[in-house]
Design a protein around this ligand. Sequence first.
Ligand SMILES: [Ca+2]
Length: 205
Amino acid sequence: MTRKESGKVFLLYCSRDGGYETSPPLGKYCGTDLPPVIVSHGNKLWIKFVSDIFGTRKGFSAEWDGTSAGCGGTLTTASGIFMSPNYPMPYYHNSECYWLLRGSRGTPFEIQFEQFHLEYHTKCNFDYLAAYDGNSSNAKQLGKFCGDQIPEPIRSSGDSMYVKLRTDGSLRGGGFLAKYKQGFAQEELKFREVLEKTTYSQGGG
Ligand SMILES: [Ca+2]
């Protein structure tokens, strides 16, 4: 849209999904109507403001909110599922999502993957899922995964687990679907104790 067409153009901007000038555009706005809420698919949004040599107006101000990015979240139920954004379609480039599993009563969590397909790299440097034994990425890392091999179940030692999904700007897979529940690990520990006692008494008898 040009200045002549609208007669009252004072602002022109567009946001691109992915955070680069070459990323796909999400919209182009001008005039005095407020643009809609713009939601990016990743953790970056690229905004360009253009003005010509004629006249000026007040301009614009914008606010951003990183919590409604459509990925990650805090999960407080004893069991449930979570998945990569856009699942079962391929996940987005340049995403960073965090899930916090937070339970009660000190009972550990277990995550089991139903589907897992992230871009493969020997050290998972490009796209990866990492799990931490606590409520942030400062906690001990329980594992870092990529590729299309379904990881073994991941267990926390306490009543919280932190999961991070990071993707880079190229190549992507179908993503993941994870089931989680609280309590399994403790039941298994009891089972192990019983097993050990049984083995011990058999060995000692
Ligand atoms: Ca990638």
